[in-house]
Design a protein around this ligand. Structure first.
Ligand SMILES: [Zn+2]
Length: 394
């Protein structure tokens, strides 16, 4: 049983919400510091902080400034007032996690599930997984999932996904909001990874505002953060690098059919399903992507050659994207993106050969730092923003 509770009303009260926003990213501030940052009168600061304390959104503690002088009352977000539940749903497995209100993931678990079994089955697995994580936890204030397909921004619906049988036009966000009666958010999986990687850098005190994440698992997709914002496009379809037409000059001469029904997409050469297909054609006995990855790690020459080709094909598409967007970093994610240097090497080679020096001289291309945790981290961060900052989060 998942217990939910409404988010306190003060979250959407003007002024009070602005005060909460100061603490949403983990800051610990005294009244004087709040006044200094906002220019509010002392009486206004006190009234707004008292309101947030009353609603259980902030907690107070005594602390000396720089460890010296008389202790002063400080305030911080009451991160355990509510729980946030997130699920990073992949093609053949999903990860559920419970997070605190600041978006820091707590307990999580990986569960088997096939995306092609349809939304009722997959969301049923998610719900059961969340229930397992809720024992003794604070009530739920919001839920979020990511999906390996195109998600319409305005409605949270999945639109014409190539592999997701039964998901077309399914209102995932509305369904979750109805089930739990809380804020619900649906994100594309590569966007969630990009948000997670950026959140981790920011929380460690660094900055990363322009990053391209390319997820290569069963399929291929990209998440783009540009100028600190997720670049979603007009309808939410931005980043669909996997179904752009591949440039295979010097690498391949065939033009295979893609899962989307078109010929010669990047994914039809570099996606996990395509590598499994090609490996079988070249005599390797592999059932699925996990088998292929095992062969690759064990040094099988066919698996290595195919992955090198995939890196070159993917690299051409990434080079075009780098020229258009000028990111600081390109991070590879997903099962194939994270398996050592096999794919990264080909991508690097193509990008440095094709993009202009101004775009590449400080560019870093590497595997994602957070590994398989990146998706839940990004979802938690985004959900925290949406729950605590409400309409202001956009
Ligand atoms: Zn395609």
């Amino acid at each position: 049983m998942v217990v939910t509770s409404p988010v306190p009303a003060s979250v959407s009260e003007p002024g009070v919400a602005a005060a909460l926003a100061l603490f949403a990213t983990g800051a610990r501030l005294s009244r004087a510091e709040v006044a200094g940052r906002t220019g509010w009168a002392r009486v206004t600061v006190t009234a707004r902080l008292e309101r947030l304390l009353e609603d259980g959104l902030l907690e107070s503690f005594e602390s000396r400034v720089n460890g010296r002088g008389r202790p002063a009352t400080h305030y911080r977000l009451a991160v355990d007032a509510g729980s946030l539940l997130v699920a990073d749903i992949g093609a053949s497995g999903l990860r559920v996690a419970r997070c605190d209100l600041a978006g820091r993931p707590g307990p999580s678990q990986h569960l088997p599930s096939e995306i092609g079994d349809g939304p009722d089955a997959v969301l049923g697995v998610v719900r059961a997984g969340w229930e397992d994580l809720m024992e003794g936890a604070p009530p739920v204030w919001g839920v979020a999932v990511s999906l390996p397909g195109p998600v319409e921004l305005s409605t949270g619906r999945v639109v014409d996904p190539p592999i997701m049988t039964g998901w077309n036009d399914y209102g995932v966000r509305d369904e979750l909001a109805t089930w739990f009666g809380t804020t619900a958010h649906v994100e594309n999986d590569a966007n969630a990874i990009a948000l997670g990687e950026v959140a981790a850098v920011t929380e460690a005190g660094g900055s990363l505002s322009d990053v391209l994440v390319v997820k290569v698992g069963t399929g291929v997709g990209a998440g783009i953060i540009s100028g600190g914002q997720v670049l979603r496009g007009a309808a939410g379809a931005a980043g669909d690098i996997g179904h752009t037409e591949a440039d295979v000059a010097g690498v391949r001469s065939d033009r295979p059919l893609c899962r989307c029904g078109k010929l010669g997409c990047v994914e039809a050469y570099a996606g996990g399903w395509a590598l499994v297909r090609d490996a079988r054609e070249r005599g390797l006995e592999v059932e699925g992507l996990d088998d292929f990855l095992e062969c690759l790690v064990a040094g099988d020459p066919v698996a290595r050659a195919l992955t090198a080709e995939a890196g070159q094909v993917l690299g051409s598409a990434v080079a075009t994207t780098v020229s258009l967007l000028n990111p600081e970093q390109v991070l590879l994610a997903g099962a194939l993106g994270l398996v050592g240097e096999h794919l990264v090497a080909g991508v690097r080679q193509r990008v440095y050969a094709r993009s202009l020096p101004l775009a590449t001289r400080t560019l870093r291309i590497q595997g994602g730092r957070l590994g398989v945790e990146a998706g839940v981290r990004g979802l938690a961060h985004e959900l925290s923003r949406r729950v605590l900052l409400g309409a202001a989060a956009g």
